[in-house]
Ligand binder design. Sequence first.
Ligand code: HPA
Length: 246
Amino acid sequence: MLGVIGGTGLTQLRGLAITRREIARTPYGEASQPLIFGELAGRQVVFLARHGGGHTIPPHAVNYRANIWALHAAGVDNLLAIATVGGIASDLNSGDIVLPNQLIDYTYGRKNTYHDGIEMPVKHIDFTEPYSASLRNTCLQAANKIQQTLVQSGVYACVQGPRLETAAEINRLERDGASIVGMTGMPEAVLARELGVHYAALCPMVNQAAGRGDSSNGINFADVTANLERTMQKVCALIEEIARIN
Ligand code: HPA
């Protein structure tokens, strides 16, 4: 079954014919909200809003372990994450949707493994390619089918937040090789990998990163909101097609 984790700007999944809601208790606590089961494009889909239904949980306080555990326990084998980003690479524009193929983790203090030697034995997993090739391929196929432009690769820098970055920090991320920056991609991706769940992310770019282009003198939050609304419509169309193909 396809699972969708909605981020900022996507607390409900358009077109999902909801059949039931289920409170998800896990060995790691409760997920951000009850899991929402339904049908999209004639397929079973389960949806979870990462920041809670009322968008009250900041990125560093999300219970990522509970969220991924709950989705896996519900039968999710392919997990599509929606995660808004700022654009670092100069060839990216607000409104673009990026399908990252790599990531760099700058977060700290997050519970980022199931293999902590408490609930599960210590184990080192391979993470050379952090995103699922097959689910990325499904995303590319879906975009092609509905003629939605998708940026086919990118390096996602996951920062701690909730504050945005300084201009110097963005310069450093760029020197490190990152092209987009967000706050929630990790530990989501690695937890999915630990449970054997195929994971890919669609990253709507809602602003140029701090110190770049339109954001040279700061981030304009009114523009971010407008970009978010505009881009989420495209994201929803893509999710529907991904559900159909998956
Ligand atoms: N930085 C980090 N996270 C983000 C940004 C950003 O500029 N835009 C949206 N999420």
